[in-house]
Design a protein around this ligand. Sequence first.
Ligand SMILES: [Zn+2]
Length: 521
Amino acid sequence: MPEIKVTPLGAGQDVGRSCILVSIAGKNVMLDCGMHMGYNDDRRFPDFSYITQNGRLTDFLDCVIISHFHLDHCGALPYFSEMVGYDGPIYMTHPTKAICPILLEDYRKITVDKKGETNFFTSQMIKDCMKKVVAVHLHQTIQVDDELEIKAYYAGHVLGAAMFQIKVGSESVVYTGDYNMTPDRHLGAAWIDKCRPDLLISESTYATTIRDSKRCRERDFLKKVHESVERGGKVLIPVFALGRVVFATPGMLHAGQSLQIFRKWAGNEKNMVIMPGYCVQGTVGHKILSGQRKLEMEGRQILEVKMQVEYMSFSAHADAKGIMQLIRQAEPRSVLLVHGEAKKMEFLKQKIEQEFHVNCYMPANGETTTLFTSPNIPVDISLGLLKRESAIGNTPVNNDFPLSGTAILSFRLVSPEQALKELGLGEHQLRFTCRVHIQDPRKEHEMVLRVYNHLKGVLKDYSVQHLPDGSIMVESILIQATAQSEDQGTKVLLVSWTYQDEELGSYLTSLLKKGLPQTTA
Ligand SMILES: [Zn+2]
């Protein structure tokens, strides 16, 4: 039975370090290659040793796809291609290709130049890595090889962000990356056609959130800013740098300018920090949002947070309503959640299974989900039958409803080779074997030579060959001597043929059964 396998190397029941391995109809694709904001050690990159234990990565992976330029989706890419050693193609949209190296260089500078880390990718490695990138347009079908094709759809998350459809024959998977289903002042809403993939792999950052309208949020936001400024305070808004609004970055207060300002202003209760989006565990942003007011900073210094901490989601991720909306749009046969917290995923998983009657999976990192697919057989249904069935009262559930009628099959004649190819089957050969006893006291190889000379003389129009292993080939018919006979004076010949050569095979057997002509040695 055909199957699709999915293994998250990162972003399995977690936010950050997105990296998902998909095997579909014998093709292996890696989706995203991100870093984790919450870690500074080995855990910041996905564990690529999961991909293959033996052999080169490039031989195993057919391609890598990057959904957008955020570092939790592409931050490990130069490490993967230049240090782990992946040489194959990398696909991303044109804007992602333009912005990705800028963010990677920024990340390298902070890690190497500021924090003084060694054993990290270099500027040259970022350049070499980007040379392996193939840029794609939205809605352009890219043929990775004869069988594997990919297509990008607008994701509305940041500039250049795309959802990708991966297709082999009639099997397909859609990977959303990060997406947003509500348009804002910069970007439109994500869109995909009713492509009915076998599997939809969706982010689930805001699996349990339903956001109010954008207008209300903007009004609330301004009110909070005014209040703080009126009582003489300052307002810090850490933001997600590129492709969104510019205040101070980064958005999760884990390093850089926003963190510096936060340290300066945190002690004054008149000030306010407004967190505009999701913060990964381990970051300062996550700590203050979960109520921590005493933070241990570098050098064991304790920072007391007296300023007001507010949260207002201006995030570019789909909320629960948006995720359900995308599922309704694409009509997948099953759903797999990544890029979210386990508890929240569990809630959304139940909601999806109830509403859409499809299986929903949420594997942890390193855990493989296998789903079996049933190949599609498209059938044209007559309008008359459809009308009659719906009049009986059958109502479609999730576009499925039982229908009975008579299937009329039309036949097509193709070559056996083509039929095997279309059905994905290997060829088995059935051979028929006959035993022929030859009265000959001489040594085996001498007897075979006699048989060869005899056949060569009789079958002038056929190709008769004496092979180096001692056997004889007449066209495709094989004649071999066996030493099985107990009687020294009798030798046994095995004559074997496939069903296509039945006629020649039987003729040869009867010819040999008549015995060999007497010759002088
Ligand atoms: Zn993102």
